[in-house]
Write a protein that binds this ligand. Sequence first.
Ligand SMILES: Nc1ncnc2c1ncn2[C@@H]1O[C@H](COP(=O)(O)OP(=O)(O)OP(=O)(O)O)[C@@H](O)[C@H]1O
Length: 260
Amino acid sequence: MMSNPLLDVQGLTKSFGGVIAVSDVNFHLNPGEIVAVIGPNGAGKTTLFNMITGVFPPTSGKIFFQKEEITGKQPFQIANAGITRTFQNLQIFENMTVIENVMTGVHCRLKTGFLTSGFRLPSVRKEEKQAYEIAMHFLEKVGISALAHEDSKVLPYGNQRLLEIARAAASSPKLILLDEPMAGLNPQESAQLVQVIRQMRMEGMTFLFVEHDMETVMGISDRIVVIDYGKKIAEGTPAEIYENEKVIAAYLGTDDEEAI
Ligand SMILES: Nc1ncnc2c1ncn2[C@@H]1O[C@H](COP(=O)(O)OP(=O)(O)OP(=O)(O)O)[C@@H](O)[C@H]1O
């Protein structure tokens, strides 16, 4: 292991009553890496994400982010520490325009709170302008700045996904977790999203993502962590995982249509 991982997950376990959804999982992320978590349906991938982002605490195990323990912290504390995520089901604010959605992400990192912003002080107006510019910058990055003033609910699905990623990136995180980012996208939209992720990584972002689309996983990941029945069964480069017998058996052993 590198001496200073960005994220370090140690012995992570979660049981729901009798079901052990995640069992003694260890892995780490180095700064600037793109790492995929794969596994058959129900393997425990979303549960892993939920523990890392504080949706619920692990039953046992520890999570360190930039050497600081974040195990069991609340979602807002984890977001403040620099981890943000997108969801399997899009979670955009439909009653807002595209740029307003991204500005909510920017506000997470600017100083002014909602209370002070109610007074419309000059400093607040300045900050609003700054937030607008930052939001526009991220919309440009994902390629949908021309739609900035559209109602977000009228955007095609693929653009809504790009919007969600722009909003996540606008909060200036150090790590973005993407839960099935390619789900529902056509090949052209997937290719655009892959480009966006690569570009953001070149600018220093780190990504952990869950994905069923193996072409994307193999094409974009530096490393892959494979989970089956809650346990990590393999970890390695795409080439190593592609040939790993345990992985092949895990996928062939299911009736998952999306198997490799
Ligand atoms: N809140 C919960 N209460 C009870 N059981 C749960 C809960 N969340 C997940 N599980 C169970 O934990 C196991 C792992 O589920 P999880 O959603 O993490 O899998 P997954 O790998 O993300 O699956 P998919 O690829 O289908 O999204 C499953 O057996 C699931 O039924």
